[in-house]
Design a protein around this ligand. Structure first.
Ligand code: PBG
Length: 329
């Protein structure tokens, strides 16, 4: 005679919807990626990432303070390095006074309690735009891991709280963990990009850092020999479990939206925090559609962020962090 259950009762008004809401977003959910450049008083917009900027160290300090005031208490640092400092081995990455090391100290000085995470990978420092050392057209695995371990120690020395290897070499988490322990940095955590796919969504990021693989004979044109094939699911679980066995404190799935099935699967499988990186191409897509008036920017942004959290993310790295926090009030 009448419906067995009327689910619409719990949707009848905003108060009851808020009462039964299953997923909540707060500023603590977000990790803010920041792009750093040499120079003074620089705040240059990244063309393919509207309203997102490369910052010189003075502006990085101001940005950190602003984020802190908004309740955003974790940052993930990336640096754009001058071409003449790049080589095959990413030597500049180990410079104790390199841009990354100064950026870490800058944020810690401006905001001592800000959690500072650092990108650990060779690509911004590589003359070939790859995450590893290249020999005979191949990306070398173990030699690259050794450099990543030295880089991690250098970041820890400069004050990084968490190092975040984003390269996908085999065995690098163990190599990094051992190096950190050997040097006494047993409290420095590792957030591993464990299930990182070879994705076309990274384009705007590579513009931001000028880090795209070069188009030169005998140099791999893409990152498919180390980043994962997007057709694969079980492999993501294997990668993640191995990184945890090797000592990862936090694991990550990347990109975000297209990979939420992987996020849920991994969240169900592991007992450590799972981070999701909503990447540059995801940001650019929404900005472009909103600019054309085809999508409601704020509504779609929140829907996406809630979806990522609902899928199981404990940490969301996103270029929308400030916009989202302003809206969440
Ligand atoms: C580099 C790195 C990339 C991103 C984070 N770290 C690009 C890549 O692997 O080519 C992408 C982030 C984004 O697109 O927002 N190791």
């Amino acid at each position: 005679m009448y419906p067995l259950r009327r689910n619409r009762r719990l949707r009848a008004n905003e108060s009851i919807r808020n009462l039964v809401r299953e997923t909540v977003l707060t500023p603590n959910d977000f990790l803010v990626p920041l792009f750093v450049v040499e120079g003074k008083n620089i705040k240059e917009e990244i063309p393919s990432m509207p309203n997102y900027y490369r910052l010189s160290l003075d502006n990085l300090a101001l940005e950190a303070k602003e984020l802190w005031k908004m309740g955003l208490k974790s940052v993930l640092l990336f640096v754009k390095v001058d071409d003449d400092l790049k080589d095959n081995k990413g030597t500049e990455a180990l410079n104790p006074d390199g841009l990354m090391q100064r950026a870490i100290r800058t944020v810690k000085y401006a905001c001592p309690d800000m959690l500072v995470m650092t990108d650990v990978a060779l690509d911004p420092f590589s003359s070939y735009g790859h995450d590893g050392i290249i020999e005979n057209g191949q990306v070398l695995n173990d030699e690259t891991s050794e450099v990543l371990a030295e880089m991690s120690v250098s970041h820890a020395e400069a004050g990084a709280d968490v190092v975040a290897p984003s390269d996908m070499m085999d065995g690098r988490i163990l190599t990094i963990r051992e190096a950190l322990e050997d040097e006494g940095y047993y409290n420095t955590a590792i957030m591993s990009y464990s299930a990182k796919y070879a994705s076309a969504f990274y384009g705007p990021f590579r513009d931001a850092l000028d880090s795209a693989p070069v188009d030169v004979k005998d140099i791999p044109k893409d990152k498919k020999t180390y980043q994962m094939d997007y057709a694969n699911r079980y492999e993501a679980i294997k990668e993640t479990e191995m990184d945890i066995d090797e000592g990862a404190d936090i694991v990550m799935v990347k990109p975000g939206l297209c990979y939420l099935d992987i996020v849920r699967e991994i969240r169900n499988d592991v007992d450590i925090p799972v981070a999701v990186y909503q990447v540059s191409g995801e940001y650019a897509m929404l900005k472009a559609a909103a600019e054309k008036g085809w999508l409601d920017h704020d509504a779609v942004m929140l829907e996406q962020l809630y979806a990522i959290k609902r899928a199981g993310a404990n940490i969301i790295a996103t270029y929308f962090a400030k916009d989202a926090v302003k809206l969440l009030g």
